[in-house]
Structure formats: C-alpha cells, structure tokens
Design a protein around this ligand. Structure first.
Ligand code: ATR
Length: 281
C-alpha cells in the first residue's frame, strides 16, 4: 500500500490494546476498498485519555475505536453522542466530523447483525435470559429490547447490577432481574440465552456460568466469548440439541459498522472476516 502525505489515520485507544484484532481487520478493509487510510492501536492510560483525544483531534484523525477502560470516560470529551450509545452509556466508536467529535456504540447493532446473520433467528417473541450485567450485557440488552423480543431476564452474580440494567430497559421491554444462582427459575421458558460474563474465557476454558442441565433444545445459546471459539457452555448446549452462536461475529460486525461510520460506505465484511480468522490462529 502506498503511504504519502495524504494518508489518513484512524485507530484504537484502550489499555491494554496488544491483543486487539482490529488493526488486521481494518487495514485489510482499507486495502480491499483502495482507501488511503491506516489503522493503528494506541495504549492510552486513563490519566492520558483527554490528552490523547485532543491530540488525535489536532492531528486530524478521521475517528477511532474505544475499548476498555475508556468506553464510559470518553463521553465527557465528545460534542455529540448518538442515542443508542447514550442509552447504553458507553461509546466504542468516535467519528470526527467538521471538527466535532461524535460518539456511537456499534457493539449493539454488531451483536444483532451477527446473531441474525448466523442463526437466522426471528427476534420477535424471544424470551431472553442474559447472564451478566456489565458493559457487554448493556449493549446486548438494549439491542434486543429495541429489536422487539418478548421479555428479558438479566441474571448477574451481583444482583443489584442486574436490577439497574433491567430498570434501564423498563419502557422498552418486559424486563426482570435475578441473581446468577436463581437462573433455574426461568431457564425452562428461555428461548435465547446470551452469555456475557468472562466465565469460560481462555485460559479458564473449563469454567461454565450455569448448570448445564438447564440447557435444552428449545434454546438458542449465544456466548460473546470468542476465545475459545466454542466455549464449554456452547459445547454443552450443542450436546443437548440447542442452536449455538459464538462471539467472533460480534467482533466482526461492530468493526464493520465502525468502518461504515468513518468511510460512509459499506464495509468489505468477507475480507474482514478472513483477516479476523487469520489473526485468531
Ligand atoms: P464487559 O464489558 O465485558 O461486560 P464488565 O463490565 O467488567 O465487562 O462485566 C463483567 C460481567 O461478568 C459482570 O456481569 C460480572 O459480574 P459482577 O457484576 O457480579 O462482577 C461478570 N463476571 C465476571 N466474572 C464472573 C464470575 N467468575 N462469575 C460470575 N460472573 C462473573
């Protein structure tokens, strides 16, 4: 790829960022579309966040992705925050447009695209059980609520966090909260189980967040973890005849949506998927 004085920059800020697959996906996407941009990852400590934001703005970055631990703190430096991101309370994509910084959350729509694409699931009428109540759970819960599912139960180790999330969905969907230990009460009627905690993530791959005997063939089981590609939860679900959905697609589609916001055109999703799969090896 040619780099010259006209090359534009987008990037990622987080702490740490060394594990990110976004540079591979985005740079491959720019090359596939013949766009004169590079995507770089920057490790920015919380103390340096404001300086980094002002620096990127001064240097004319087209935009950037935001990851842990800056997804909430970044809001304070933005001129405008799009409605979904405001409701979730977290931004993962910033666009710099005419000197103004605009925040979006593409995790939410990215999750939905991946789920519907890969499972063909009809969202209307789903009785959803979400395990976890952190940032990822918020993005998924808001997406599913807006998509018109029938009900959402949030089950979390710390029950108060589940209650807060359920309350924030109140107007959109029938929402309830439980502690993780109480999931047996709703598992039987659940048609879509979404796992958003870190339980089962590499290197603790033999951990599982719920009793596998609660899984059944009337469920789609979706796990946001992508390392390993198939968690113990998904293996147990599959063994009981449930439909399963892994976390890699969300990573792909949130990136594709960020590309679209910066570049104003469709992302080369297949190229990005290949880059992601290669980066995962
Ligand atoms: P993310 O942005 O990935 O959602 P987070 O906001 O830190 O990360 O949220 C992590 C979620 O995983 C929380 O719901 C957390 O439960 P608590 O609110 O009780 O902390 C959940 N979690 C993490 N480790 C867990 C474990 N060992 N068992 C059960 N839940 C766990």
């Amino acid at each position: 790829m040619r780099m010259d004085a006209g090359t534009g920059v987008v990037g990622l800020i987080g702490h740490p960022v060394g594990h990110s697959k976004s540079p591979e996906m985005m740079n491959r996407a720019f090359r596939a579309r013949g766009l004169p941009f590079v995507y770089l990852a920057f490790d920015v400590s919380p103390q340096e966040l404001e300086t980094a934001v002002r620096g990127m703005q001064a240097l004319g970055f087209r935009g950037w992705n935001v990851t842990i631990p800056h997804k909430v703190a970044i809001l304070e430096y933005l001129d405008e925050v799009e409605e979904t991101a405001r409701e979730i309370g977290a931004v993962n994509t910033v666009v710099s447009r005419n000197g103004r910084l605009i925040g979006y959350n593409t995790d939410s729509e990215g999750y939905l695209r991946s789920l519907v694409d890969e499972t063909g699931l009809e969202l209307a009428g789903q009785r959803v059980l979400i395990l976890g109540a952190g940032g990822a759970a918020r993005a998924v819960a808001h997406a599913l609520a807006v998509a018109g599912v029938e009900s959402i139960t949030i089950a979390n180790r710390t029950r108060e966090k589940a209650e807060r999330l359920a309350a924030s969905l109140g107007r959109k969907v029938d929402a309830r909260a439980l502690s993780l230990a109480e999931v047996a009460r709703v598992a039987g009627e659940t048609t879509l189980l979404v796992q958003t905690t870190s339980v089962g993530m590499y290197p603790e791959t033999e951990a599982i967040p719920i009793d596998p005997s609660l899984l059944h063939e009337g469920m789609t089981v979706s796990d946001l973890i992508y390392r390993p590609r198939k968690t113990l939860l998904l293996r147990e679900a599959e063994a009981r005849g449930a439909r399963v959905h892994g976390g890699l697609g969300m990573l792909l589609h949130q990136a594709a949506l960020a590309f679209e916001k910066w570049m104003g055109r469709a992302a080369p999703v297949d190229v990005m998927r290949d880059a992601l799969e290669e980066a995962m090896k």
